[in-house]
Design a protein around this ligand. Structure first.
Ligand SMILES: Cc1ncc(COP(=O)(O)O)c(C=O)c1O
Length: 437
């Protein structure tokens, strides 16, 4: 067998022990388990690029506020199901400061991470009209969200936007929405896994289609303000985080504390429901709950049933981070720019050894450097590449698990350590020798 940095036999043995029919379809958690086990067995360090976990310290302003809230006895009290008033007020202000959008504090609802935010949102969207139980994913996307749809017994459809950028997006949206069974559509911006950003024109098309077909848009801003090509970190000053909210009033924005504030462990985020949608009644909701608007059903029925609100102290942390960011005393964007620096270096190394970027353009502009990037190696499918790189101590996930039709991998920059650039270079050199182009 070829001379690979990680022993071939051991890799085979461990992968086989997981009994996966196709390693390329392994979930992120399975890849983590396999690569960690290999690291232990072989003592060869892995370059972990599979998990999208923040690799930075949590924002101090948040930690301090949370500790203080705990010291003040907040832990014994059930949080208000609507959310702590302080957080609702600061979330609304933060959205104005960094998106230039007006959403009343009432519609800014704390959730236990965007994971819960999307779960509850899918749930309510799928109940608005009895005949609409299908969610449309503008893919590639975050695989767990499809898992959420499956768990709740809804249906989903999806398309890979790679082939439908620019004006082509309108036609494909029309094709899906005109069938009349789509409850809502969702995308992330910047995109997980591909890190492209939909352009203002594309967001406008999505908004117009939402208006035409009365479909709700779920805008997942898990990577808020992380399009580092623009300076999005100045409160109340353009440029702002792009949003579909400028083109439709049927929108819900998910803002996560996990990546922008490195606060993933506390499971905190905001679902921000547009003022119009918050107050709108739907036949399906009236039939099911007797009364209530989209916003009140979301909070008082669904969130109440799921978790009875969101961890109290984490709400104080997020309120303090939002406040400091809007006051201009906490430059959260500068802190996370580290991911962009890492991506730039990593992309250079991969391309030096024959790899190509898969999603590389936002129409005519190169995509930003950020939390993720996508790579392919000529002549090797994504699933095989994912397995092949394991022999070189490099772990990433195949794009095939994300709804992408492209062959390649998603690589995450968050776990990369300073000494690993040289290590990556060394490993890819051997990979390249073993896979001559
Ligand atoms: C696109 C996207 N949405 C949502 C989430 C989940 O965010 P949270 O940690 O707030 O639940 C992630 C996390 O990786 C993500 O990438």
């Amino acid at each position: 067998m070829k001379n690979t940095p990680v022993n071939y036999q051991v890799v085979r043995e461990i992968i086989d022990s997981y009994g996966l029919p196709d390693f390329g379809k392994a979930t992120i958690r399975e890849v983590v388990a396999i690569s960690s086990e290999l690291e232990q067995r072989t003592n060869v360090e892995f370059i972990h690029m599979e998990m999208g976990v923040p690799g930075l310290k949590p924002a101090k302003v948040g930690v301090d506020a949370e500790i203080e809230a705990l010291r003040n006895g907040i832990a014994s009290v059930y949080p208000n199901i609507n959310g702590a008033p302080e957080l609702k007020k600061e979330a609304s202000r933060f959205i104005k400061a960094f998106m230039n959008i007006d959403i009343a504090p009432e519609g800014c609802v704390p959730v236990t991470g965007s994971m819960q935010g999307t779960y509850a949102t899918f749930m309510v969207c799928g109940q608005c009209f009895p005949e609409r139980k299908t969610l449309l994913f503008i893919d590639p996307g975050f695989p767990v969200q499809k898992q959420q749809i499956t768990v709740m017994g809804y249906e989903y459809e999806s398309f890979d936007v790679y082939e439908h950028r620019g004006e082509k997006l309108r036609a494909v949206l029309e094709k899906y929405l005109s069938k009349g069974d789509i409850a809502a559509m969702i995308y992330s911006n910047p995109n997980n896994p591909a890190w492209f950003c939909l352009t203002e024109e594309e967001l406008k098309m999505i908004g117009e289609m939402a208006n035409t077909y009365d479909v709700i848009v779920i805008e997942d801003l898990a990577y808020f303000a992380m399009d580092f090509r623009k300076d999005l970190g100045k409160p109340f000053h353009p440029p702002y985080q792009s949003s579909v909210a400028h083109y439709t009033d049927k929108y819900i924005v998910q803002i996560s504390g996990s990546k922008a504030f490195s606060y993933a462990g506390q499971r905190i985020g905001i679902t921000a429901i547009s003022n119009t949608l918050y107050h709108r009644t739907y036949p399906g909701l009236t039939q099911k709950y007797g009364k209530g608007t989209f916003g009140t059903v979301y909070i008082h029925r669904v969130l109440y049933a799921l978790s009875s609100g969101t961890s109290h102290s984490a709400q104080y942390a997020l309120a303090a981070m939002f406040k400091a960011a809007s006051d201009g005393t906490f430059d959260f964007v500068s802190e996370v720019k580290e991911y962009g620096r890492r991506a730039r270096k990593l992309k250079k190394i991969f391309t030096r050894y024959g790899f190509q970027m898969v999603y590389d353009q936002d129409l005519h502009e190169p995509i930003a450097d950020g939390f993720y990037f996508t790579i392919a190696y000529p002549g090797i499918t994504g699933n095989r590449l994912m397995e092949e790189l394991i022999y070189y101590g490099i772990s990433a996930i195949s794009l095939s698990t994300t709804g992408s039709n492209q062959e390649g991998l998603r690589a995450c920059t968050s776990f990369i350590k300073e000494h690993q650039y040289a290590l990556l270079e060394e490993r890819l050199k051997v990979f390249c020798e073993n896979h001559p182009l």
